[in-house]
Design a protein around this ligand. Sequence first.
Ligand code: PAF
Length: 282
Amino acid sequence: MTELVHTRADLARARSACTGTVGVVMTMGALHEGHETLLRQARARVDHLIVTIFVNPLQFGPNEDFDRYPRTLEDDLEVCRRARVDLVFAPSVAEMYPGGEPVVRVSPGSLGEDLEGLSRPGFFHGVLTVVLKLLQLTRADLTFFGEKDFQQLTLVRRMCRDLDVPVEVIGVPTVREPDGLALSSRNRYLSPVERSVALNLSRALRAGAEAAAAGRDAGSVLSAAHLAFGAGEPGARLDYLVLTDADLEPGPVRGPARLLVAAWVGGTRLIDNAEIRLDPKS
Ligand code: PAF
């Protein structure tokens, strides 16, 4: 049975009844098949699974879609029930931030200012602050994050390491439609035409991965990805398409690497990424 709680007090009561390992999956709701897969994988690894559903105002910029962000609690609960989630914590903004906007926030450092952080200033301060709060409130042993938001996953890992947060952070591979489109809550904003334009992102990643598999060096892999993006459906506005090392650290890229892309399709900003294995000698 899936229990729903809205307050810290009820969460603490339900949490203290848990024995064995506790996992948490944090979400902003609008759960789709990608979340469901993540929840099922998480469920298989822990004795109790908590899901948090909270649209975090701290990570939305003034021109972003906080009010427009879909809120679908009943449907989300159905997904959680199917995935055998034990506990759902769906707090209000006042419950999460009882003192109003927090004055002290977690700083993501320079990595938080790059890639997503460049076009979304303050975004990762908001993400890491709420993630840390939810880790404290749930006291989870394991936490699961989708690789689709790869910079977020990397920063959460880094925060837990740098701040000695006692939790194991587990990355879960991106779930895709059969044609390659990464599942995302934002896909619901795409018209049928925009949906086919959105395929340019995964097409670019595939071209990069194929070039790497053919033994090409970092520069050629990136060129192949750009070429594929440019040759796709017109109408996507590229924000970035970059090849970095596997931990998003600056420096020469060799061996395990990550290809990351962000683009606007109509009024919707989409992101995606793929693991790339470069020949260490290339
Ligand atoms: O990835 C998300 O949905 C959010 O950034 C998260 C981790 C739930 C924090 O609000």
